[in-house]
Design a protein around this ligand. Structure first.
Ligand code: 9WO
Length: 248
């Protein structure tokens, strides 16, 4: 798949794409990332991409025209229509299900805003999807764009060292919509703290029951809505219900 990223700071993406388990996905172009700078599509000697807001107020606004010309070039290079995604706090909250859909898609054009915001006329006419990572404000859309790329890249076949690793993620449907359990590694004693006994038992059934109970307890404590959804979806067994009852 291919993602075209419109950003005034393309240099932010190189170290991100050169690091970690997802590097192979970018290098092999399994997830192709093409960077575009709206400044290259700005007019005049000053290559302005921002201007003062009509109505006054602090800060600057990204002009529609350089963004639109940049988007035209990206879409032309792709050769076919593509979703145009803007990262914004007023977008739809990103969840695992949408990440799975993007990771099985042809990709998209990702628009990273800067300054106080983007001329609304560009958003109204050119943007097809708005995505939020949560109820907070950043100084630019680049980190949300990298977050989507990372979430998509790690779901590509062969990207994770252990092919089964992402099957165990929180929010993976095969985990029945429960949160992940705690993890431990060596040493067995650290700062006076041990490791839960079932994990040292070597008994696979006992280990899996402990992990499932941990997932249930953590989910019940932190995201009771997910317990309700799992129960409504018939994804909790009698043993699960017994474990929940014991802890509540
Ligand atoms: C910022 C903003 C704040 C309140 C209500 C609506 C808003 N829209 C934007 C916006 O589109 N801002 C642009 C992108 C330009 C300024 C930096 N931008 C941005 C994106 N800041 N924070 C985000 C963001 C994106 C996704 N999830 C969380 C925050």
């Amino acid at each position: 798949m291919r993602f075209d990223v419109l950003t005034l700071f393309p240099e932010l993406f190189a170290p991100f794409m050169a690091s970690g388990v997802t590097r192979r996905a970018y290098e092999s172009k399994q997830v192709e990332v093409v960077l575009w700078n709206p400044r290259d599509f700005a007019q005049g000697n000053y290559k302005r991409v921002d201007d003062r807001p009509f109505g006054g107020g602090p800060g600057m606004v990204m002009m529609a025209e350089p963004l639109s010309a940049c988007l035209d070039a990206a879409l032309a290079a792709r050769g076919s229509l593509a979703p145009v995604v803007l990262f914004s706090p007023i977008g739809e909250a990103l969840r695992h299900e949408a990440v799975e859909r993007w990771s099985a898609s042809e990709g998209a054009v990702l628009v990273c805003g800067r300054y106080e915001g983007i001329d609304q006329r560009f958003i109204d006419t050119r943007v097809t999807h708005q995505i939020s990572l949560g109820d907070f404000v950043l100084s630019g859309g680049e980190i949300p764009a990298m977050a989507l790329l990372d979430a998509v890249a790690r779901l590509q076949p062969g990207v994770l060292g252990d092919e089964a690793s992402h099957v165990q993620d929180s929010f993976n449907p095969s985990l029945d919509g429960l949160l992940d359990c705690p993890h431990y590694t060596r040493p067995e004693q650290w700062n006076g703290q041990g490791v839960p006994a079932p994990l040292l038992s070597g008994h696979h059934v006992q280990i899996e029951r402990w992990r499932r109970d941990q997932r249930l307890a953590i989910t019940a404590a932190r995201r009771p809505d997910l317990i309700d959804a799992a129960r409504a979806g018939g994804r909790l067994s009698k043993a699960d219900e017994a474990a929940l009852k014991k802890k509540l």
